[in-house]
Design a protein around this ligand. Structure first.
Ligand code: UD1
Ligand code: UDP
Length: 369
């Protein structure tokens, strides 16, 4: 798609927001595609700040260094939303972007969406339309409000378009595919599967970690794996295990969070993946590794319907059965063709150019004075 980026003599300016690990990781292909069509101001809210969650991931995925870090850090949800929004509003007033891009469902996502809405700047939501229908997930509230505020919704999987149409959101809906699929396609050639017989696990959802009884059940599940479990531990999990003084089962080896390429090696070589992560469920599907999801529900329902993902909640018997489930034969490309990022960039450029031209009318079209 070609765009008039010259009418007012400058390319559209997009302010794009990252904050937590999945946004940082998934920003790389979109930033690379944006470089061809727009000027990106990359803003890190600072929600995640440990090197292993942020700077090492930026480096590993070759994302450009963010132009700004707003230092929001760890706080209550309300404070992350409030401080994130205030700092983003102030920055947007200075940077004057034509369009704002947010992705996913974190507090950084919603803070960015609210800031753009407050200033009347067109908003694009990448990874729109996903739902868990679970009230106790902050992510559910974040994505529903962001989808309502968005002018343009980039949807990773066809079923999420149906969800948005059913809800009657006002913005324009585009099925772009999932930038995570682009990312995996880029890395596929370089990733050598880790050797050995192991299950890879990640756990960080609020409702799995914040209640000691439930967290003990999660550990009981992992203890029923028929082999070693490699657990790159999210800082939230580490802090709750320490706080509740919960011991890991003997077969579970907790390690520090790993960089994205290392995570891909671990995913690709695993017998199965046990997780409550949205990104890891999709990556398991994309690699063709069976996934057992430690949740009662998922936003990524297609992976379940196609037989690659089994929802076991925290039921240890169901977990033990699910890790032995054979893989289906079919694995259709539900997350797109690996070209989501250029589609998203084209949409950003188009919306950004229209917004820019509204604010900066073509001087040649003005009456002579
Ligand atoms: C957030 C997102 C979640 C996403 C996850 C990705 C929200 C509501 N949740 O959850 O959707 O799946 O990121 O990983 O935005 N901590 C550190 N160092 C860090 C970051 C966090 O120690 O760099 C610890 C702190 O104790 C903090 C806790 O982890 O209180 C939770 O962090 P927070 O960013 O609030 O939420 P996540 O659980 O990471
Ligand atoms: N990931 C990683 N290192 C780890 C654990 C996860 O690079 O130690 C990657 C994983 O491959 C996926 C992303 O982090 O791309 C998922 O982020 P997370 O699970 O934190 O959040 P969610 O996807 O649930 O929002």
């Amino acid at each position: 798609m070609a765009f008039d980026t010259t009418r007012s003599g400058r390319r559209p300016r997009v302010l794009s927001v990252i904050g937590a690990r999945p946004e940082i990781i998934q920003a790389a292909p979109v930033s690379a595609a944006l470089a061809d069509v727009a000027d990106e101001i990359l803003v890190h809210t600072g929600q995640h700040y440990d090197a292993s969650m942020s700077s090492e991931q930026i480096h590993a995925t070759r994302l450009p260094e963010p132009d700004h870090n707003l230092g929001v850090g760890s706080r209550t949800r309300d404070d992350q939303l409030l401080i994130g929004r205030l700092r983003l509003v102030e920055l947007m007033q200075r940077e004057r972007p034509d369009v704002v891009l947010v992705r996913g469902d974190t507090n950084a996502t919603l803070a960015g969406a609210r800031a753009a809405a407050e200033l009347g700047i067109p908003l694009i939501h990448v990874e729109a339309g996903l739902r868990s229908y679970r009230d106790d997930m902050p992510e559910e509230a974040n994505r529903i409000e962001t989808d309502v505020l968005a002018d343009l919704l980039c949807v990773p999987v066809a079923s999420a378009c149906d969800t948005l149409r059913r809800e009657g959101v006002g913005g324009q809906i585009y099925l772009t595919g999932d930038p995570l699929c682009d990312l995996l396609q880029t890395w596929r050639e370089r990733i050598v599967p880790e050797r050995g017989d192991y299950v890879l696990a990640t756990v960080h959802r609020n409702y799995n970690t914040d209640d000691p009884g439930r967290l003990a059940q999660v550990l009981e599940c992992l203890g029923r794996a028929p082999c070693r479990v490699v657990l790159p531990a999210h800082p939230r999990l580490t802090s709750r295990l320490d706080f509740w003084n919960l011991a890991l089962p003997d077969n579970v080896e907790a390690i520090a969070p790993v960089t994205y390429p290392r995570m891909l090696e671990l995913e690709r070589g695993a017998r199965a993946i046990a997780t409550d992560s949205g990104g890891v469920q999709r990556e398991a599907y994309l690699w063709g590794v069976p996934c057992v999801t430690l949740r009662e529900e998922t936003e990524w329902t297609d992976t379940v319907e196609l037989g690659w993902n089994t929802l076991v909640g925290v039921d240890a018997d169901r977990f033990a059965e699910a890790v032995h489930r054979p893989s289906p034969l079919e694995r259709p490309p539900i997350f797109g063709d690996g070209h989501a990022a250029p589609r998203i960039a084209a949409l950003v450029a188009k919306l950004g150019a229209a917004s820019r031209d509204d604010r900066e009318p073509d001087s040649a079209a003005e009456m002579p004075r």
